[in-house]
Ligand binder design. Structure first.
Ligand SMILES: [Zn+2]
Length: 93
């Protein structure tokens, strides 16, 4: 099961990763959609079910001068270790 994190506001319900909503997969329980800002992303066991692309978009959208919750670092670090460009790894180190 994958949880896509979605926008609120004008794009309400659209996944951060840009995936098209699949209502059939949702009905069968394969995917879920959750508003990113309200989802309990700080829980590692919840994050483990989240779409990695949605998490990456959400984590990188955090403002530089805004205090980041620990899950943002967890996602960015995880993301950085999977990058191929070593210069980008430095940025996230
Ligand atoms: Zn997604």
């Amino acid at each position: 099961m994958t949880i896509h994190l979605t926008h609120t506001g004008v794009l309400a319900g659209q996944p951060f990763c840009g995936a098209v909503r699949d209502e059939e997969a949702q009905l069968s329980g394969e995917v879920q959609y959750a508003h990113g800002v309200y989802a309990p992303i700080e829980r590692a066991e919840y994050r483990a079910h989240c779409c990695p692309a949605c998490l990456a978009v959400f984590a990188s959208a955090w403002d530089e001068d805004q205090e980041k919750p620990h899950w943002v670092f967890a996602v960015l670090n995880h993301h950085a270790t999977h990058r191929e460009d070593p210069r980008q790894q430095e940025l996230f180190a």
